[in-house]
Write a protein that binds this ligand. Sequence first.
Ligand code: CP3
Length: 345
Amino acid sequence: MHKPLLAVLKGDHAASPPIWMMRQAGRYLPEYREVREKAGSFLDLCFNPELAAEVTLQPLRRFGFDGAILFSDILVVPHALGQTVSFEVGEGPRLDPLGDAAGLSRLSDALEPSVVGKVYEAVARIKEQLPETTTLIGFCGAPWTVATYMVAGRGGDDQVAARLFAYRDPEGFSRLIDLIVEASISYLLGQIRAGVEVVQIFDTWAGVLPNAQFAKWTVEPIGRIAAGVKAVAPQIPVIVFPKGAGHRLSAIVADTGADAVGLDWTADPGFITHAVLPHVAVQGNVDPIALLAGGHALDHAVDTVLRSYGGGRLIFNLGHGILPPTPIAHVEQMVRRVRSWRAAQ
Ligand code: CP3
């Protein structure tokens, strides 16, 4: 069966681009909020294969997206390495912070199988129920972004704690990055064995790094993960989303082996068209705030993405995750507009 999203990743130009949304399973959907309440905590939901499969499939039923993304979180990896992780309502994730290299001794050197096994079980259940034209996307966080949460114990704050650790003790920080690289390869291969067809690596905090550190902590470890996955599963496309990378997307394209890159909403279309689109597929990049605003602003944002990249290998998406207060009608408006557009031949 033809899978439009997978086809673009493997080299096709689609006249009408495939579409999905980052965070498409989430709090803007009443049916998600209902399951979430039933599950207990957010992590309870991630580790309940039946309910995780259900919330993964919810947005497909409403919007008919071309991609389904496994419902889980990038912080499952630290949790499965033995770090305490919790999600406080309205506050985001909280981890028992590593602080510095001494904190590494509290971690295991491999993922706990009983923890990640629940995620793989969710993948298998999703695969059984997946519409035949939909592509199933697995994911992990990039080592740099995951490390920022592991070191500081939380997000925000310009990732000061991890940057400080990396400046003061580059060797100790390298050991943490290496641990996350190995765990991520094993985690993605587990998802692939269970049935995912594409993997995405989320580097949400790539943009805060100076150039030299961007090469060392973002590009190089992501390249190792992509190579580790492709060594075992060469047929699986890899999407890399280095948020805030700007013109440094060139290094991601040249040096990681990515089949596609995710663009955030600040991407410069002139640069992307001449330096990125000739080499890989691009995914993005409507501003989630334009989706929240709706109306003409949303139509304009959708048209700009289609006109800028729709002549090439485009996977239509947002520039970051959908925000919880976004009206469902705005998502419907966006999907209708993308579905009715055709690239000039
Ligand atoms: O639909 C999907 O995109 C799949 C599921 C998914 C989640 N998190 C579910 C989630 C994915 C791919 C992620 C990735 C993730 N998690 C990233 C990278 C992408 C990004 O958004 O930048 C990061 C940095 C995290 C860490 C994380 N998880 C944060 C910072 C938060 C709190 C912020 C928030 O939105 O509340 C989470 C919680 C989280 N992960 C929720 C969901 C649906 C909301 C929790 C809830 O339902 O109570």
